[in-house]
Design a protein around this ligand. Sequence first.
Ligand SMILES: [Fe+2]
Ligand SMILES: [Fe+2]
Length: 221
Amino acid sequence: MDINAESKVGQVAAHYPMATRVFARHGIDFCCGGGKALREVCEKRDLSTTQILEEIDQVLSSDPGETETWNEAPVVDLVRHIIESYHQPLREELPRLESMVRKVVRVHRDRNPERLDALLKTFLRLEAELQEHMTEEEDVLFPEIILHGEASSPTEPFVDDHRVVGEALAELRRLTDDYVVPEGACNTWRALWFGLAELEQSLHQHIHLENNILFARVNAA
Ligand SMILES: [Fe+2]
Ligand SMILES: [Fe+2]
């Protein structure tokens, strides 16, 4: 496929995995907002569409080696990849981040009580949502896909959950000023901002693989 201003972000990400580096660089949501045209998401984030297209062109030409997509591989392999590379690491990472958020809020709450309280609340909501959601994918949806190559349960409720996750991530990005470390922040605070930014990147990839590739494939089967 050719990439232009009207290309759907999720489609670009599905066909050109390297392009997701540019999306991540600019905080462009290519998983839940994957159905939107590039032009539309750029306008929303006050970015120049031409510049983003140029950057995509650059990453694609600079590293032609990494072009593997999950469009062709057996869906069973994709499911296994999602569990091993995303679900299992998340089960370790979420409690680690939770203790860091609690620590930063406990020690530095005075600096901005309203914002830090909101950060803790949003993080806990996201964590609970993800734990429940992953369990449901692994207990209900993924076994159907592994057994039959298609899903007999509808995938919409899972896509709805992803939207909730995407909203919580956007809220965290807002509450952390786009993950810019506040002046005089301690090491835990720095590590927390870094960890949350990584969490966002990884979840965007994870949800993209499910929404735009896995679900699209099993629903077309
Ligand atoms: Fe998942
Ligand atoms: Fe999911």
